[in-house]
Ligand binder design. Structure first.
Ligand code: RB5
Length: 144
């Protein structure tokens, strides 16, 4: 069973809850890294919690805030996280094929619920192509 971590701030809470419900019915092993209500909170707290778990496990995650911007900024500070803010299914497919993204970021105030689910489905179903794309990912590492 594939493990998927989910986390959000208050702005992404409702979408996270619905996503958790749908993915659980599809048979995924869902880990909810918070937040657990709609009280105003700080998105980096949840981004860091999810990214540490995803990097340690080699699993995948979905981060949701109002725009997806703050979550993607926080997530991409983690060396082993490749977070992709996606607003289309094409973004989701290419983030996997070419960028081997392991975290998907969504903006709950930007992307409607049904499109968000379609984006998640593509993200979870698409494989990394490797080859020249792995060489480019290796180049993402900052030089000392
Ligand atoms: C919260 O109001 C909002 O700033 C947050 O959800 C996110 O969009 C930040 O990037």
């Amino acid at each position: 069973m594939q493990r998927i971590h989910l986390a959000s701030d208050h702005a992404g809470f409702a979408l996270k809850q619905e996503l958790a419900r749908r993915l659980a019915t599809q048979g995924y092993d869902i880990v909810d890294d918070g937040t657990h209500d709609t009280q105003s909170c700080d998105y980096p707290v949840y981004a860091h919690k999810l990214c540490e778990a995803v990097a340690a496990e080699g699993s995948r995650g979905v981060l949701i805030c109002g725009t997806g911007l703050g979550m993607s900024m926080a997530a991409n500070r983690h060396t082993d996280i490749r977070a992709a803010l996606c607003t289309t299914e094409l973004h989701a497919r290419m983030s996997r094929c070419h960028n081997n993204a392991n975290v998907l970021c969504l903006g709950a105030r930007v992307t409607g619920v049904e499109l968000a689910f379609a984006i998640v489905d593509v993200f979870l179903a698409t494989e990394f192509e490797g080859g020249r794309h792995q060489r480019r990912l290796d180049l993402l590492r900052l030089q000392a």
